[in-house]
Design a protein around this ligand. Structure first.
Ligand SMILES: [Zn+2]
Length: 436
């Protein structure tokens, strides 16, 4: 179990204000989110509905009130003419209300000030009770470093298109930064997956707090690995998801000529050999999985790829890579681009992903499925895990899809942040303890 630090007396320091547009939540009022059968794929397209997730078996989709009756009638008609049942599950009855509830505590966070006892306790688990603004996320990394100055430093992996430094925290043991094989973890590639930033920060806090508290496991991990954690690798998209469109996924790249649609899917843009195949990736700039104009074209991927390549080519080398997403409760490894060619160390990867899932389940009983990306979720080309594995040569290359399985999807209640952090840290510990 974690040994969380005792909460320090909290002194009120206002959280950085959000610049939310007046209709930030109200633009989703009356919008339902439904899980519908995969068989209605063409219908979802014909209504131009926004998708959250698409599988063979089901599609999670936003349905505005204005088309709800027509859409449901069309689904029923399709069902009457088909052999399969057309079960529809309601994920959100009113997405606007769910978004208001999710964000209710965001501005309640009070940043603790340095106490009389010094810096220990400056950060605490109270951070994990709410979601936070981007400015507060950056402040939190600074506060972690101020609390644990012997074992942490802030670093950047380049700059976003709009000029936001892509900021992370480097954790290390007594040998200092760069003295051990590297573990690189990053989150919120997809802007709307807010839980990914919180869980990434949870890894950093858990390792630092437990290391300092004398926990032998945490000590062995930080003495064995040089750990780099970037909670938000898509700051432009993340800020947009907090201030304009909660359901924004991509970067904020401007539309290519002939299109009016913004954004590239970072996790389809990596310069892996599979980028050109566009498997599970779109050439349509308006698609949520648009792969970009050329391989590695986005500022965010350029910065990250250069960083990962540099780590991999360093003396200590790269050991593990993890790209944190939500939702679906999955823990996956290379490959994404092919379901027929197994990774060279597939047996080891399968053992580690299954071990992660079991260790996570031991905490609260939350079940994750595990395996290679292509077989476990769907084929993807130009994805980060395949780049880290093949191009950078990092042997343990993973991606989780965090809570939940679809009850809430991207709008996961804030009450589930801390449990997500604690159970996922158990999975991370399994990997750090069992990688060769
Ligand atoms: Zn994602």
């Amino acid at each position: 179990m974690l040994s969380w630090l005792v909460l320090a007396p909290l002194t009120a320091v206002c959280a950085a204000a959000l610049q939310q547009s007046a209709d930030y939540a109200s633009k989703y009022d009356g919008v339902r989110v439904l899980r519908v059968p995969g068989a209605v794929d063409a219908l979802v397209n014909s209504y131009g509905l926004t998708r959250w997730d698409t599988r063979g078996t089901h599609i999670d989709v936003q349905v505005p009130a204005s088309v709800y009756d027509d859409f449901m009638n069309a689904v029923a008609t399709l069902g009457a003419n088909a052999t399969q049942t057309m079960d529809v599950m309601v994920m959100h009855e009113d997405l606007g209300a769910s978004i208001r509830e999710e964000s209710a505590g965001m501005l309640d966070y009070k940043r603790p000030e340095e106490s009389e006892e010094g810096l220990v306790g400056l950060v605490s688990e109270s951070w994990f009770l709410n979601y936070h603004s981007y400015a507060d996320h950056l402040q939190y990394l600074d506060d972690l470093v101020a609390t644990y100055p012997d074992n942490a430093a802030v670093f950047t992996s380049g700059t976003s298109l709009q000029g936001n430094p892509i900021t992370g925290i480097n954790l290390y043991g007594s040998g200092g930064s760069g003295s051990a094989p590297a573990v690189v973890i990053h989150g919120t590639v997809h802007a709307r997956e807010w839980i990914a930033a919180m869980v990434s920060e949870g890894f950093a806090y858990s390792l630092l707090a437990n290391y300092t508290a004398g926990d032998e496991e945490a000590i062995s991990y930080l003495e064995s690995y040089d750990i780099y954690i970037i909670p938000n690798v898509n700051p432009d998209g993340f800020i947009y998801s907090q201030e304009e469109e909660r359901m924004w996924r991509k970067t904020r790249d401007p539309p290519p000529s002939g299109s009016t649609c913004y954004g590239v899917d970072i996790n389809r843009n990596w310069a892996h050999a599979s980028w050109g195949q566009a498997r599970g990736a779109s050439t349509d700039p308006c698609a949520e999985d648009y792969k970009g104009a050329s391989a590695g074209s986005t500022a965010e991927v350029k910065g990250l790829a250069a960083f990962i390549d540099e780590i991999a080519n360093s003396t200590a080398g790269g050991k593990m890579y993890m790209d944190v997403h939500s939702y679906s409760q999955l823990f996956m490894s290379a490959y994404g681009w092919t379901c027929t060619q197994a990774a060279a160390n597939a047996a080891e990867l399968n053992s580690l992903t299954a071990g992660f899932a079991d260790a996570l389940a031991d905490v609260y009983g939350t079940r994750y499925d595990s395996g290679p990306i292509c077989q476990t979720i769907y084929p993807v080309s130009g994805d980060s895990v395949d780049y880290a594995y093949d191009n950078a040569g990092i042997p343990y290359s993973f991606t989780p899809e965090l809570r939940d399985t679809g009850r809430n999807g991207f709008v996961l209640p804030a009450s589930q942040i801390l449990p997500s952090v604690i159970e996922t840290y158990a999975g991370l510990k399994y990997l750090l303890a069992n990688m060769d």
